[in-house]
Design a protein around this ligand. Structure first.
Ligand code: BES
Ligand code: MG
Ligand code: ZN
Length: 495
């Protein structure tokens, strides 16, 4: 849950050197700063002596807190300036953790780095991005901790030239809004985030200029989406397909599409999961959460491109009404599918969502995101998502973009032989193949519904949730992928 964390850029006249706030001096490898003098003359402390006497040399993330009678300073090392943008983001996360522990409500960051204006803007904006990313926590259901009075509220940054940095902070904020929205959705428990509630949440994006169209079960029956509808049959909750449209380039007919799997809870259906296997299944809407978060960031940033987001929202439950192993359903494409395992439901939702998106919007390319298979976690762990595509160029682009921002993916094979495992004896397709290579077989199944459109599928089962704490993540829903989709839309790939 994002809380109010205000940033502002101030000049040296607006610093209250003597107030009880915390001044954070970024220290580059022991180098003295002109601003030290100001503080020294007020407090009588000699910072250069302090730095010299420190038993370390202010490498990346090393810090020293100095309290004087007037106020406190935190000397915060960032090594050399020759670091990557990602390093600065991580440094910002480390700084947040430090300040959070110390319990300051207001800080002023003073950077006197001897680098170009451009580099300064990059360093500060990335530092603040990481700072804010690390500030996320989901406390909605904690009655006592909801309001943490010790949390930092206000960060001031000393900087002469404001304009470009302000633009970068604006972009940060938009991106963060999308990431936090996505995290919130994935954190929400399945008794709150039903398909209906998911629709309500998406509808809130109308006010930022996203056009929203909701297809209900009746509409989907008319369109013949029985693959998707079959999954939701066992649940008391109604199923939906939601289309989000961002018309950032109204004079162009071109558009791109993102499609997400939104299984709000995956019990496995009649092919019921084990208790252990079911524990994490509220996160089975993670793919849809990424798409919705990205659409929010794209709209807030007013990206000049037409972007379509489509999510299939269902709950997969067992009941006397549920779909059975052995059933044959007809998808919107006309292809029939023999259901042999009701737990292989994501591909059924995507079959109709992908087909509908491509038929209706004819996108230049489509990327789908789905927590599709447990097997992708066996293959790649929780560090990289599986990338499957019918277009080398698109998959290269996704891979490269992911490397830059650490939304990591890994290219998986798509040989025809995998697809043959998905052919049924009595229907056109079946929804499970053999146990070997089941992530690839799942991707091959999806390929039946994209025709010749340039398409990539990201199996995000491993990456939407991580209990590994990092510089910018405190565990839980990761928000993975929001930035990847945001960058792809913003960078005008194949525009
Ligand atoms: N939602 C699961 C995949 C999953 C597993 C996501 C673990 C996140 C963590 C998906 O619907 C599923 O159940 N897949 C089956 C497919 C199998 C029946 C072919 C699986 O992976 O076991
Ligand atoms: Mg399943
Ligand atoms: Zn699932």
């Amino acid at each position: 849950m994002g809380f109010i964390l205000k940033f502002s850029i101030i000049n040296s006249k607006n610093i209250s050197w003597e107030s009880d706030q915390l001044l954070v001096f970024l220290v580059e490898n022991n180098r003295p700063s002109q601003y030290f003098k100001k503080w020294q003359s007020l407090t009588g402390n000699n910072i250069n002596n302090i730095i010299e006497n420190a038993s370390f040399s202010f490498k990346f993330g090393q810090d020293l807190l100095v309290r004087s009678s007037k106020n406190s300073i935190l000397l915060f090392g960032y090594g050399e300036t020759r670091k990557t943008s990602l390093d600065y983001e991580k440094l910002g996360g480390i700084l947040f953790s430090k300040i959070d522990k110390l319990g300051f409500k207001e800080i002023t960051i003073i950077s006197n780095l001897e680098v170009s204006e451009n580099k300064q803007n990059i360093i500060i904006s990335k530092l603040l991005l990481g700072f804010k990313l690390k500030s996320y926590s989901f406390l909605k259901y904690k009655e006592k901790n909801k309001i943490n009075s010790k949390k930092i509220e206000y960060v001031k940054v000393l900087k002469k030239e404001k304009k470009i940095l302000e633009q970068q902070l604006y972009l940060n904020d938009n991106l963060i809004s999308g990431i936090f929205f996505s995290k919130d959705l994935t954190f929400e428990p399945p008794n709150f985030l039903t398909p209906q509630e998911f629709v309500n949440q998406i509808t809130s994006l109308e006010k930022i200029g996203i056009e929203i169209e909701v297809l209900n079960e009746k509409n989907m029956v008319e369109l013949g989406m029985h693959a998707l509808l079959g999954v939701g049959r066992g649940s008391a909750e109604k199923s939906y397909l939601v289309v989000m449209k961002w018309n950032g380039s109204p004079n162009s007919k071109k558009n791109i599409a993102y499609v997400g799997k939104g299984v709000c809870f995956d019990s496995g259906g009649l092919s019921l999961k084990t208790p252990r296997g079911m524990i994490d299944m509220k996160e089975d809407m993670g793919g849809a959460g990424i798409v919705v978060g990205a659409m929010k960031a794209i709209a807030l940033q007013k990206v000049k491109r037409n972007v379509i987001g489509v999510v299939g929202l269902v709950e997969n439950m067992p009941s006397s009404n549920a779909q059975r192993p052995g059933d044959i359903v007809k998808s919107m494409s006309g292809k029939t599918i023999e259901i042999l395992n009701t737990d292989a439901e994501g591909r059924l939702v995507l079959a109709d969502a992908l087909y509908y998106t491509i038929k209706k919007f004819k996108p230049d390319f489509v990327i789908d995101l789905a927590t599709l298979t447990g097997a992708i976690i066996s293959a790649l762990g929780k560090e990289r998502a599986g990338l499957f595509s019918n277009d080398e160029n698109l998959s290269d682009y996704i891979f490269q973009t992911g490397e830059k921002i650490e939304n990591l993916v890994w290219k998986m094979p798509m040989d025809k032989i995998y697809g043959q495992k998905m052919l049924s004896k009595i229907a056109d397709l079946k929804n499970i193949g053999t146990p070997e290579g089941s992530s690839i077989q799942a991707a091959a199944f999806l390929q039946n519904f994209v025709g010749r459109t340039s398409w990539a599928h990201l199996d995000v089962a491993g990456v939407v949730w991580s209990d590994r704490v990092s510089e910018t993540h405190s565990g839980g829903a990761t928000g993975w992928g929001v930035r990847l989709l945001f960058e792809i839309a913003k960078n005008n790939y194949r525009f």
